[in-house]
Write a protein that binds this ligand. Structure first.
Ligand code: NDP
Length: 312
């Protein structure tokens, strides 16, 4: 197992991590980044990003993340594959284990581990994950060309998934548990106006049907308790995300869901020299540009702290 000491360790490779890396590398902190389970983060699962400033025509999420990575590497960030599986942040120096690959000690750590898709928690959903249940239309939509699919959720993600699938599939049925969308007006309006998208309000999933592959969905109207069955071959869950902070439990302060606490107006956690940026510490905004902004702040916070401690 590799054992190594670094000045600054960055955990996670979304917009927050890469922006922290760009700033830290330019400040000659020689950052080492472990990219995590999903290198590039959630934007690698999205299509067109239209709201990141500087791209008037929009840009594809995966392409944008390749550009972030190239920019971080250009200034010397050492970007590595690997998932942080254990953290000992109260030790000096701080220690992080990367699977069975490496044990890194670091003077300072930036946590930019993002968030991951949430699931409904149904047994049938779990069982059919390799047979038609998905949390990523862009990844898996292709397999359901010309077919009937279901999308669960009513936020911007669910709308985005439904509109993406509507281009490929014969029909998309959206299951919305309340009588209204949570999504922004523009996204909800576009979704409702799409011909082959049907929205079922006050509707919940009872069970995903099928043995090996999805064959349908048992649904329930939560006002009347009436159950019915929809035929579908794909079941896409888009009900939000959970921050990837489990390994920091008991060390870093976090809320009930797992969003890390930071000192307002900074990225400082409750442990000196440990900073949090991006979605793992942001339950309100969760945008690429806000993640990038806090990534910049984390690098500046780390740089100042290292300088104060006389670590060069
Ligand atoms: P949100 O938290 O905004 O929405 C989650 C949706 O899932 C809600 O409608 C919620 O219902 C529903 N939901 C949650 N749990 C269940 C359940 N058990 N059963 C059924 N439905 C459930 O998450 P998103 O991922 O959509 O968005 C996260 C953030 O990212 C938002 O700030 C959003 O604006 C942003 N975003 C922006 C995009 C863009 O601008 N292009 C694209 C994607 C995301 P309820 O409303 O009843 O709580």
């Amino acid at each position: 197992m590799l054992k190594e000491h670094v000045k600054l360790l960055i955990i996670g490779s979304g917009p927050a991590g890469y922006t922290a890396a760009i700033y830290a590398a330019r400040a000659e902190l020689k950052p080492v980044m472990y990219a995590g389970l999903q290198p590039g983060g959630q934007l690698t699962e999205t299509t067109e990003v239209e709201n990141y400033p500087g791209y008037p025509e929009g840009i594809q999420g995966p392409e944008m993340m390749m550009e972030f990575k190239a920019q971080a590497e250009r200034f010397g960030t050492d970007v590595r594959d690997g998932l942080a599986t254990e953290a000992y942040l109260n030790e000096t120096p701080k220690r992080v284990v990367i699977e069975d690959k490496a044990e890194i000690t670091a003077d300072s750590v930036i946590i930019s581990t993002g968030a991951s898709a949430k699931w409904l928690g149904l047994e049938s959903e779990e069982r059919l994950k390799s047979g038609g249940v998905s949390a990523c239309a862009v990844c898996d939509g292709f397999f359901y060309r010309g077919q009937d699919v279901v999308v669960v959720g009513a936020g911007d993600s669910a709308c985005e998934e439904a509109m993406y699938l509507a281009k490929l599939c014969k029909s998309v049925t959206m299951l919305v548990r309340r009588d209204e969308f949570r999504a922004s007006k523009i996204m909800a309006n576009r979704t409702v106006a799409t011909d082959n998208i049907t929205v079922l309000y006050n509707t919940e999933t009872v069970e995903v049907l099928g043995e090996q592959v999805v064959e349908g969905v048992r649904i329930k109207n939560n006002q009347t308790n009436e159950e019915s069955t929809l035929e579908a071959t794909g079941f896409f869950v888009a009900i939000g995300h959970k921050p990837n902070t489990d390994i920091f439990k008991g060390q870093l302060n976090m809320d009930d869901v797992g969003y890390l606490d930071v000192e307002p107006g900074s990225t400082k956690t409750n442990i000196e020299g440990v900073y949090a940026a991006g979605d793992c510490a942001d339950k309100d905004y969760r945008q690429a540009v806000t993640a990038a902004g806090t990534g910049c702040m984390a690098a500046l916070d780390a740089e100042r702290w290292l300088a104060d401690k006389g670590i060069h």
